[in-house]
Design a binder for this molecule. Structure first.
Ligand code: 173
Length: 323
């Protein structure tokens, strides 16, 4: 034993000059999981961001992408980050309402992410997210993006009686108010549901329906869109607090850099709208009065739903996120 120990000690001394410098020794790698499927445009943007973070963060902080819902199921990702199983995720509030129901309020934002950093919304979100779910809300990477109802059968008015619609918490109160029957699925199960005819439609943002080939099974899009799709980077609070000041500052800055690219969505959404038309997806439009009622109803029942499940934080979130 002594011999082994001595050998080890000698080896360590011999290696000392090759040991990493203090800065390198502090490099931390944070694993990140995506709640969205790997073949989504969100993951493509995420991977580009991670590439930037890792080249700027050499010797300081690295992010290791561990995959999508095959690694951790969509609706479990929030919990996995909250309890520290994975320190980071790309996720949307609707997927972690099991941790804190008000997470889904971010879809109701009518002020931009940049404005939210100015008007106290970002600070409030971070207070609530940290206290209720041990999550740091780092940065929003999707905004300027409405959700729509997509259908395989036409409707002539905002009445979904007799139709079975795929939802997540995002759409539940609104589609319920139009009398839909609903089935909740993660994005990864939408194609099969359409293929088998177990749903007559689904809620989804204006972009991204080509990523998972849903356009093949989609005949109509109902306009107008409603709400503001939110996809963000969240971080486990303990993992965040364990970082050095320099690492935290770096991560915050990288989050801000990601968020500052969100104008992309205005361009991309215009392209995706044109691509849907080209693919033969027809738009269903109601008259002006009905359209306004449809849109206003979405917000009315959306906020009522949030305030009902989160009476302690819902009103303040509404104040900070509404125009
Ligand atoms: O899966 C969904 O329809 C959903 O809730 C969502 C949320 C944000 C962006 C894209 C989809």
């Amino acid at each position: 034993m002594i011999g082994v120990r001595n050998t080890l000690a000698t080896a360590l001394v011999a290696l000392a000059p090759l040991a990493p410098s203090a800065a390198q020794a502090q490099e931390v790698t944070l694993k990140l999981v995506s709640a969205f499927p790997e073949n989504s445009n969100y993951v493509r943007r995420l991977e580009a961001w991670i590439g930037n973070v890792n080249s700027a963060g050499k010797g300081l902080l690295q992010i290791e992408f561990i995959g999508g819902p095959k690694a951790i199921p969509t609706f479990e990702v929030g919990k996995a980050v909250s309890n520290g199983v994975v320190p980071m995720a790309m996720n949307t509030g609707a997927f972690y309402t099991n941790l804190m129901p008000e997470a889904d309020a971010l879809k109701l934002a009518q002020v931009t992410a940049a404005e939210q950093r100015q008007n106290g919304a970002y600070a409030y979100i971070n207070k609530v997210w940290r206290e209720k779910a041990k999550l740091v809300y780092l940065a929003r990477m999707v905004e300027h993006t409405p959700f729509h109802l997509y259908l395989t059968k036409p409707v002539s008015k905002p009445d979904l009686t007799g139709l079975k619609i795929r939802i997540t918490p995002v759409y539940r109160d609104f589609f319920q108010s139009m009398n839909a029957s609903m089935v909740q699925t993660p994005p990864g199960e939408v194609y099969t549901a359409l293929e088998r005819g177990t749903v007559d439609g689904y809620g989804w943002p204006i972009h991204g329906i080509f990523d998972l080939k849903w356009h093949e099974r989609t005949k109509y899009r109902v306009d107008p869109g409603f709400y503001n799709a939110e996809v963000s980077i969240i971080v486990n609070l303990d993992a965040y607090n364990k970082l050095s000041g320099k690492q935290r500052e770096f991560l915050d800055q990288q989050g801000l850099a990601l968020e500052s690219l969100n104008d992309h969505w205005n361009r991309y959404n215009a392209e995706e709208t044109a691509r849907q038309a080209k693919a033969g997806i027809k738009t269903i439009k109601f008259d002006a009065t009905t359209s306004k009622r449809y849109y206003d109803k979405a917000y009315e029942v959306g906020w009522a739903g949030i305030i009902k499940v989160a009476p302690d934080t819902g009103p303040q979130l509404k104040k900070l996120l509404s125009k």
